[in-house]
Design a protein around this ligand. Structure first.
Ligand SMILES: [Zn+2]
Length: 376
């Protein structure tokens, strides 16, 4: 079975458009498959006997998501199992170790579906939010959001939600995803949820792997989502957990600022081709994030901490320089972050926070140097 991890990928930054997201491999969508199969899983033992392609087809989701989602952390499970030469970094080592510690066939087969469900649930999650599997970061995130709102003058504008593995063990939440995104009846949605719970029983990987919530993204619907698994593995790779939360929040928040100003900042798009446009907006998000993270009225981190965070995250195997989702090379991203840090340093004596439009202008003036490395 082909492993293909296709999460939400931004195609460009514009006010609103449709995006087809989260296709579990369409090869499995066999129209001859009997969707009301008699083979519904009754218990965890029988699951192994059922043709998994049929099961996957029955459980598949192929939702259309309205609006733009910038997804930061596409992970190819196959390369996590067998690390490519692309990026032999501390982070990739931790990811590989985590995967190989408990991966099984069910984990490989259902990985796409599970991460899709977990991501989709965050779009409709109306419950009181918590951060960290046990809410251990609630206060920290509350303060961080408050600080970001004040710094960027965006009070009450952004919704921040956590993503948790436990969602994938929650019958009601799973069913809600099928009702909302697959249009299933309550009865069918709960039947699917029961299938997933049976898979959970049988699998060593599902849903406990941190990769089930290895997620961080911003949507044009004023939503930021950060998953527990992403923070957990990043901390295991050596960056303090709170710096990880702050770094991801600052970067995603920068995307929200871009959403708000996109038609003004990039009236003709950020570039005339998609990889370059994505690179530009990602480098700008790094620039804006580093400005906030090191500013005395922002997160007040010293450069070393911010550099550690960026170095870790810039090296998540992004070697597809021509892909539409390309975020820039690690060197370019670090230069963008460093330029944001310098800007905060330069404005520090006055303790002044620049208006976002000024920050954007300064970034554009430095963009060529950031990309080429010629002048910084
Ligand atoms: Zn980004």
């Amino acid at each position: 079975m082909k492993l293909k991890f296709q999460k939400l990928i931004a195609t460009s930054l514009s006010a609103a458009f449709f995006l087809t997201a989260c296709n579990p491999d369409e090869d499995f969508l066999d129209p001859t498959n009997d969707l009301s199969s008699q083979n519904r899983i009754a218990n965890s033992e029988s699951i192994i006997d059922v043709n998994q392609s049929d099961l996957l087809a029955r459980l598949s989701l192929n939702p259309n998501i309205e609006g733009l989602v910038i997804d930061e952390f596409p992970i190819d499970l196959a390369s996590a199992v067998e690390p490519s030469e692309c990026a032999p970094t501390a982070f990739n080592d931790v990811i590989s170790q985590s995967v190989s510690s408990n991966i099984d066939q069910l984990g490989q087969d259902f990985y796409d579906l599970y991460t899709t469900i977990n991501q989709l649930y965050t779009f409709i999650d109306e419950d009181p939010q918590y951060f960290g599997a046990n809410g251990e970061y609630n206060n920290f995130i509350k303060q961080r959001v408050k600080n970001l709102e004040k710094f960027w003058d965006m009070k009450g504008e952004i919704t921040v939600r956590g993503q948790h593995n436990s969602t994938l063990n929650d019958r009601d939440k799973i069913a809600l995803v099928y009702i909302n995104f697959a249009g299933l009846s309550e009865e069918d949605a709960y039947a699917n949820a029961d299938d997933l719970l049976a898979i959970n029983e049988a699998s060593t990987f599902l849903p406990e792997s941190p990769l089930m919530s290895f997620d961080g993204f911003a949507t044009s619907g004023d939503l930021i989502v950060i998953g527990d698994g992403l923070v957990e593995l990043a901390s295991a790779a050596g960056v303090e957990d709170k710096v990880v939360w702050s770094g991801i929040m600052a970067h995603e928040w920068a995307h929200q600022i871009q959403f708000d100003h996109f038609s003004l900042w990039y009236p003709n798009g950020a570039a005339d081709n998609e990889p370059e446009a994505t690179r530009t907006t990602e480098l700008e998000a790094d620039f804006i994030a580093a400005y906030y993270l090191t500013h005395k009225k922002g997160a007040t981190y010293n450069w070393k901490r911010v550099e550690d965070f960026f170095e870790l995250f810039f090296n998540i195997g992004d070697c597809s320089f021509t892909s539409p989702g390309h975020h820039g090379t690690p060197v370019q991203r670090l230069r963008a972050a460093e330029a944001g840090f310098q800007l905060a340093q330069d404005t520090f004596p006055k303790g002044h926070v620049l208006d976002v439009n000024e920050v954007h202008e300064i970034f554009l003036n430095q963009l060529d140097g950031i990309v080429s490395g010629d002048s910084l």
